[in-house]
Design a protein around this ligand. Structure first.
Ligand SMILES: Cc1cc2nc3c(=O)[nH]c(=O)nc-3n(C[C@H](O)[C@H](O)[C@H](O)COP(=O)(O)OP(=O)(O)OC[C@H]3O[C@@H](n4cnc5c(N)ncnc54)[C@H](O)[C@@H]3O)c2cc1C
Length: 416
């Protein structure tokens, strides 16, 4: 069923009796050509592009919980392509271009809102670093504008410009960045993949891999064994756990990241704003809530909830940057699992086991990558050739010294 204004009108006039479920609830079959483990944004996008762009058939997505229950429905919805390193910038710009066409492509309102993203600079060296990053973005085909203090004031007059310790010296503005409604992305890809014959199987946990003589030929699940010619693992925060079942130890640690939403306010924050003197980023949802976040909780965990010291730290960052939000009440908060890689960049690669492919290491920036990650993983699964923009995301880059360390932090996953 295609969605359209006419359809909404017709259903509105006839008592909304004609809507069908957005995707089927099939039972697992005994065998598929391709299985994707993990029904988050990346897994669902991969399944969609496999069916749509790479003409693959007999595809299943196996999800241990429900669609939208993982990080895809827990993030702060920010999309952007403001990276500096060539290996990252091309990939994230590819993603942003796919976001720009996503709603028409999926026939689904994912609320893509290119309201802009503003990274604030509080020192001259920070502004110089932003100039360098902006040049790199432009060379890779993205948009970037370096702002002075007056330029920032025009966009966000309510910021704390004259803070004695961290005055605002300017910022890097990417107009095409913004937000996308996170769980709608999962629903949109699930529906569009289902329409192309993909079986989306919820409540189906993968509990083991059938590996013999270096070849993976299927998975064990909570709903029985399933055979497949190729298996792609895309489980984000559960990457280390799931790949351990295939005997692999990944260069990834899982950490908790929290997100926060305030009570609804009148339109205040025009786009996404990130603080350059602390870890705080904020946007405003269409319902009026301020959606914000900060740093990781700082220790390894698989628990999808966070702790109070980080709540305090994030709120302090927010109030020092935008003093007026001290009056807003915090409505809710939650945590998600971050698959933090050692250099802060992702992995999209085959493994040393034939038929087993891996997509992960998204750290806390994987939502914005969703369409490009799905596309690149689909291409790899269908053709065994990496997508041009994802060639550097190899699994062996750590042993070969080819790290993609965007922040220059070294091998400390919690700092990326
Ligand atoms: C609080 C927070 C804020 C964030 N903010 C941003 C942001 O603003 N911008 C941005 O770009 N990124 C952000 N991120 C990161 C982003 O959400 C993730 O990197 C991205 O969603 C991960 O990919 P995914 O959607 O496929 O993950 P998920 O939705 O987590 O999908 C993985 C799925 O695998 C399933 N799974 C796990 N184990 C198994 C198994 N054994 N069998 C079957 N299924 C299994 C899980 O149930 C899960 O549904 C944020 C994350 C959090 C938590």
């Amino acid at each position: 069923m295609r969605y359209s204004a006419l359809k909404v009108l017709k259903e509105g006039l006839t008592g909304h009796k004609g809507w069908k479920p957005a995707w089927r609830k099939p039972d697992p079959k005994a065998a598929y050509d391709i299985i994707i483990v993990g029904g988050g944004g990346h897994g669902l996008a991969a399944a969609y592009y496999l069916a749509k762009k790479f003409d693959q058939k007999r595809i299943a997505v196996l999800e241990k919980g429900w669609i939208g229950g993982g990080n895809v429905g827990r993030n702060t919805t920010i999309v952007r392509s403001n990276y500096m390193l060539h290996e990252n910038e091309g990939f994230y710009e590819f993603a942003l271009k796919l976001w720009e066409k996503q709603e028409q492509d999926l026939n689904y309102n994912t609320m893509v809102s290119q309201r802009g993203i503003l990274n604030l600079a509080h020192t001259d060296p920070q502004r110089h670093a932003f100039a360098r990053r902006g040049n790199s973005m432009i060379l890779n085909g993205a948009d970037a504008v370096l702002l002075d203090t007056a330029g920032v004031r025009k966009i966000c007059p309510f910021l704390n410009f004259d803070d004695a310790r961290f005055p605002i010296r300017g910022g890097l503005w990417q107009k095409r960045g913004g937000t996308v409604r996170h769980d709608a992305v999962a629903w949109g890809y699930a529906r569009a993949a289902d329409m192309r014959g993909v079986d989306i199987i919820e409540n189906c946990e993968v509990t083991g891999f059938d590996i013999k003589d270096g070849v993976c030929s299927g998975v064990q699940t909570s709903r029985g064994p399933i055979k497949a010619k190729k298996i792609g693992v895309s489980v984000a925060g559960s990457s280390s756990r799931v790949m351990a079942m295939a005997g692999m130890r990944l260069p990834i640690e899982t950490h908790v990241l929290q997100a926060f939403v305030s009570e609804g306010l009148k339109p205040t924050i025009p786009g996404v704003v990130t603080y350059g003197a602390g870890h705080f980023y904020v946007s405003q949802s269409d319902k009026g809530g301020l959606v914000f976040g900060g740093d990781l909780d700082g220790y390894n965990s698989y628990a999808q909830r966070g702790n109070l010291p980080v709540v305090e730290d994030v709120c302090e960052g927010g109030v020092s940057l935008i003093p007026m939000i001290g009056k807003a009440r915090l409505l809710r908060m939650w945590g998600g699992l971050m698959d933090m890689s050692m250099d802060g960049s992702p992995i999209i690669d085959k493994t040393h086991i034939d038929g087993l492919y891996f997509n992960g290491g998204w750290c806390y920036g994987g939502f914005k990558a969703t369409p490009a990650s799905g596309f690149a993983f689909a291409q790899l699964l269908a053709t065994d050739v990496s997508h041009d923009t994802a060639k550097a995301y190899r699994m062996d880059r750590f042993s070969k010294g080819l790290m993609i360390d965007e922040k220059g932090q070294g091998g400390q996953p919690n700092l990326h």
